[in-house]
Ligand binder design. Structure first.
Ligand code: DO4
Ligand code: MG
Length: 300
């Protein structure tokens, strides 16, 4: 069972349940976390509550294509984990050492360290949903999407759902100096999530999810890659435990779990590209890309 958000006939955000046969049923909530809190108050599970609520209502659509989708959750904060897959470690080493693969870097160290890399990625205002444009920074020449499994957390750090996230990244800015990480990761519309949240209790094994990424340019597919959460170096509860350690976590926080799909090193996103990230069982997150215009020249 999945939950989406869409614009209803009164132009208001509204949650809906998306069943495994693709039917969409209205839910009486504007926000995903209202469902989680209501299930908690009634001492039931979100799945039981959703099933009860849709049992005697008509579907409002036969497919998501009929709806104007919104972010599935207005996440107050999005955090992200880094170097949780070997592929990411290799890509980071490539950009940091200009291809010299025989030196040991802090990326090698963090991959094996007890403490994972966790960084602040986005706020709700910088995050877009399905079909909305993602931006390209005007001061980077090497930008890629990072397709990631996203964990939807309540304020206690319990995983209440799974979604898809795109941790857009500037490889040249991070490669120049890792202290530039916030600039390599955070700018206007540099993160997308969606199209749906799969209720956690309906995912039997989050370590066997396939992640697929496709990038299209001028109607041609120019990149395709896939990975599995089986390749994750760390446990999901381990990542969450470091995020919540001595921290205040807000209901509906999303934690992205790292990427294992990296386009070829000579690839950079361009204005007009379209990105598709699919996790079977969650959906396909589609976003066009548009280049931001330079608004200032860096002082030299
Ligand atoms: O170390 C920088 C970020 C790595 C990252 O975002 C990832 O592995 O997904
Ligand atoms: Mg990432």
């Amino acid at each position: 069972m999945r939950v989406i958000r869409f614009v209803d006939s009164d132009e208001k955000p509204r949650c809906a349940a998306l069943t495994d046969d693709g039917q969409v049923y209205p839910l009486p909530y504007q926000e995903f976390m209202e469902l989680i809190r209501e299930a908690d108050r009634l001492k039931t599970t979100p799945l039981t509550l959703v099933k009860r609520m849709i049992s005697d209502v008509e579907p409002l659509a036969q497919s998501l294509e009929q709806l104007r989708l919104l972010v599935p959750i207005v996440a107050p904060e999005i955090w992200a984990c880094g170097v949780t897959y070997e592929k990411s470690k290799e890509a980071r080493n490539y950009e940091a050492t200009a291809g010299k693969l025989d030196v040991t870097t802090f990326y090698d160290k963090v991959y094996d360290a007890w403490r994972p890399e966790i960084f602040f990625k986005s706020t709700s205002a910088r995050t877009v949903g399905p079909d909305a444009p993602l931006s390209l920074r005007s001061d980077s020449n090497w930008q890629i999407p990072e397709p990631e499994l996203g964990l939807v957390l309540d304020q206690h750090g319990t995983i209440v759902g799974y979604t898809i996230g795109n941790d857009m990244s500037c490889r040249d800015i991070e490669g120049e100096n890792p202290l530039y990480l916030p600039q390599a990761k955070i700018w206007k519309d540099s993160c997308s999530i969606g199209p749906a949240i799969r209720l956690a209790e309906t995912v039997p094994d989050p370590y066997s999810l396939e992640i697929i990424c496709r990038i299209y340019r001028d109607q041609q597919q120019v990149v395709e890659g896939s990975a599995s959460t089986r390749q994750l170096k760390r446990r999901l509860d381990e990542l969450v435990s470091f995020l919540i350690q001595d921290n205040q976590i807000f209901d509906g926080t999303v934690l992205l779990t790292g990427t294992s799909i990296v386009p070829p090193n000579d690839f950079t996103l361009a204005d007009g590209d379209r990105i598709e990230i699919q996790i079977p069982g969650i959906g396909i997150l589609r976003n066009p890309v548009r280049a931001l215009r330079k608004t200032m020249t860096a002082l030299s």
